[in-house]
Write a protein that binds this ligand. Structure first.
Ligand SMILES: Nc1ncnc2c1ncn2[C@@H]1O[C@H](COP(=O)(O)OP(=O)(O)OP(=O)(O)O)[C@@H](O)[C@H]1O
Ligand SMILES: [Mg+2]
Length: 114
Protein backbone atom coordinates (compact mmCIF):
# COMPACT_ATOMS: atom_id res chain seq x y z
CA UNK A 1 0.00 0.00 0.00
CA UNK A 2 1.41 3.35 -1.06
CA UNK A 3 0.49 6.87 -0.09
CA UNK A 4 2.09 9.87 1.57
CA UNK A 5 1.96 10.51 5.33
CA UNK A 6 -1.62 10.40 6.65
CA UNK A 7 -3.07 9.43 3.27
CA UNK A 8 -5.26 6.79 4.92
CA UNK A 9 -3.27 3.55 4.78
CA UNK A 10 -4.12 2.50 8.33
CA UNK A 11 -7.74 3.51 7.76
CA UNK A 12 -7.99 1.17 4.77
CA UNK A 13 -6.42 -1.60 6.84
CA UNK A 14 -9.22 -1.13 9.39
CA UNK A 15 -11.70 -1.82 6.59
CA UNK A 16 -9.81 -4.90 5.48
CA UNK A 17 -9.74 -6.14 9.11
CA UNK A 18 -13.48 -5.57 9.39
CA UNK A 19 -14.05 -7.66 6.27
CA UNK A 20 -12.06 -10.46 7.90
CA UNK A 21 -14.32 -10.32 10.96
CA UNK A 22 -11.63 -8.89 13.23
CA UNK A 23 -13.23 -6.99 16.09
CA UNK A 24 -10.03 -5.96 17.92
CA UNK A 25 -9.12 -2.30 17.38
CA UNK A 26 -6.48 -1.82 14.68
CA UNK A 27 -3.71 0.52 15.71
CA UNK A 28 -0.89 1.92 13.60
CA UNK A 29 2.12 -0.44 13.60
CA UNK A 30 4.60 2.35 12.86
CA UNK A 31 6.62 1.56 16.00
CA UNK A 32 5.93 -2.15 16.37
CA UNK A 33 6.44 -2.73 12.59
CA UNK A 34 4.17 -5.82 12.61
CA UNK A 35 0.80 -6.34 14.32
CA UNK A 36 -1.06 -9.62 14.00
CA UNK A 37 -4.80 -10.28 14.25
CA UNK A 38 -6.89 -13.44 14.02
CA UNK A 39 -9.97 -13.37 11.82
CA UNK A 40 -11.42 -15.45 9.00
CA UNK A 41 -7.80 -15.27 7.85
CA UNK A 42 -4.73 -14.30 9.84
CA UNK A 43 -3.90 -10.64 9.24
CA UNK A 44 -0.38 -9.23 9.31
CA UNK A 45 -0.50 -5.45 9.43
CA UNK A 46 2.99 -4.23 8.60
CA UNK A 47 4.41 -0.71 8.45
CA UNK A 48 7.90 -0.62 6.94
CA UNK A 49 8.28 3.16 7.19
CA UNK A 50 10.99 2.85 9.84
CA UNK A 51 12.90 -0.03 8.26
CA UNK A 52 16.19 0.73 6.53
CA UNK A 53 16.38 -2.14 4.08
CA UNK A 54 14.71 -5.14 2.48
CA UNK A 55 17.03 -7.25 4.61
CA UNK A 56 15.42 -5.88 7.80
CA UNK A 57 12.05 -6.96 6.43
CA UNK A 58 13.30 -10.44 5.53
CA UNK A 59 14.73 -10.79 9.06
CA UNK A 60 11.28 -10.04 10.51
CA UNK A 61 9.99 -13.23 8.87
CA UNK A 62 8.75 -11.92 5.53
CA UNK A 63 8.45 -15.44 4.05
CA UNK A 64 5.77 -16.45 6.53
CA UNK A 65 3.98 -13.12 6.18
CA UNK A 66 4.05 -13.03 2.38
CA UNK A 67 3.85 -16.69 1.43
CA UNK A 68 1.94 -18.22 4.38
CA UNK A 69 -1.83 -18.61 4.58
CA UNK A 70 -2.69 -15.18 5.91
CA UNK A 71 -3.28 -11.74 4.46
CA UNK A 72 -0.48 -9.17 4.66
CA UNK A 73 -1.18 -5.46 4.43
CA UNK A 74 2.02 -3.44 4.09
CA UNK A 75 2.13 0.33 4.56
CA UNK A 76 4.94 2.04 2.60
CA UNK A 77 5.42 -1.13 0.54
CA UNK A 78 7.40 0.83 -2.08
CA UNK A 79 10.31 0.85 0.41
CA UNK A 80 10.65 -2.92 0.07
CA UNK A 81 9.47 -3.28 -3.53
CA UNK A 82 12.03 -6.01 -4.35
CA UNK A 83 10.41 -8.28 -1.75
CA UNK A 84 6.81 -7.75 -2.88
CA UNK A 85 5.39 -10.85 -4.64
CA UNK A 86 4.40 -10.35 -8.29
CA UNK A 87 0.78 -11.25 -7.54
CA UNK A 88 0.38 -8.68 -4.74
CA UNK A 89 -2.42 -6.12 -5.09
CA UNK A 90 -1.18 -2.53 -4.92
CA UNK A 91 -3.34 0.18 -3.35
CA UNK A 92 -2.22 3.74 -4.03
CA UNK A 93 -3.71 6.62 -2.04
CA UNK A 94 -3.50 10.27 -3.00
CA UNK A 95 -4.78 13.15 -0.90
CA UNK A 96 -6.56 15.72 -3.03
CA UNK A 97 -6.69 19.47 -2.35
CA UNK A 98 -10.23 19.18 -0.95
CA UNK A 99 -9.00 16.45 1.47
CA UNK A 100 -10.80 13.72 -0.48
CA UNK A 101 -8.74 10.70 -1.54
CA UNK A 102 -8.09 9.17 -4.92
CA UNK A 103 -7.55 5.46 -4.46
CA UNK A 104 -6.13 3.34 -7.27
CA UNK A 105 -6.02 -0.43 -7.03
CA UNK A 106 -3.75 -2.25 -9.45
CA UNK A 107 -3.01 -5.93 -10.02
CA UNK A 108 -6.50 -6.72 -8.74
CA UNK A 109 -7.46 -10.03 -10.38
CA UNK A 110 -10.68 -8.57 -11.83
CA UNK A 111 -9.05 -5.48 -13.36
CA UNK A 112 -7.68 -2.18 -12.11
CA UNK A 113 -9.98 0.12 -10.14
CA UNK A 114 -10.08 3.81 -9.28
N1 LIG B 1 -10.67 8.87 2.86
C1 LIG B 1 -10.40 9.76 3.82
N2 LIG B 1 -10.94 10.98 3.81
C2 LIG B 1 -10.65 11.89 4.77
N3 LIG B 1 -9.84 11.65 5.84
C3 LIG B 1 -9.27 10.44 5.90
C4 LIG B 1 -9.51 9.43 4.90
N4 LIG B 1 -8.78 8.33 5.23
C5 LIG B 1 -8.14 8.64 6.37
N5 LIG B 1 -8.43 9.89 6.79
C6 LIG B 1 -7.91 10.55 7.99
O1 LIG B 1 -6.53 10.85 7.77
C7 LIG B 1 -5.77 10.66 8.97
C8 LIG B 1 -4.63 9.70 8.73
O2 LIG B 1 -5.16 8.42 8.42
P1 LIG B 1 -4.28 7.11 8.54
O3 LIG B 1 -3.66 6.99 9.89
O4 LIG B 1 -5.15 5.99 8.06
O5 LIG B 1 -3.13 7.43 7.47
P2 LIG B 1 -1.80 6.62 7.16
O6 LIG B 1 -1.61 6.72 5.67
O7 LIG B 1 -1.85 5.26 7.75
O8 LIG B 1 -0.72 7.50 7.91
P3 LIG B 1 0.82 7.14 8.22
O9 LIG B 1 1.57 7.58 7.00
O10 LIG B 1 1.12 7.99 9.42
O11 LIG B 1 0.90 5.67 8.48
C9 LIG B 1 -6.76 10.16 10.02
O12 LIG B 1 -7.14 11.26 10.81
C10 LIG B 1 -7.93 9.62 9.20
O13 LIG B 1 -9.14 9.72 9.90
MG1 LIG C 1 -0.47 4.29 8.97
Amino acid sequence: MRGTLAAGKTTITKGIALSLGITEPITSPTFTIVSEYEGKLHLYHIDVYRLDSCEDFVNLGSDEMLYGNGVSVIEWSEKIQDEIPAKAITINLETNKDNSRTITITNWPYGDLQ
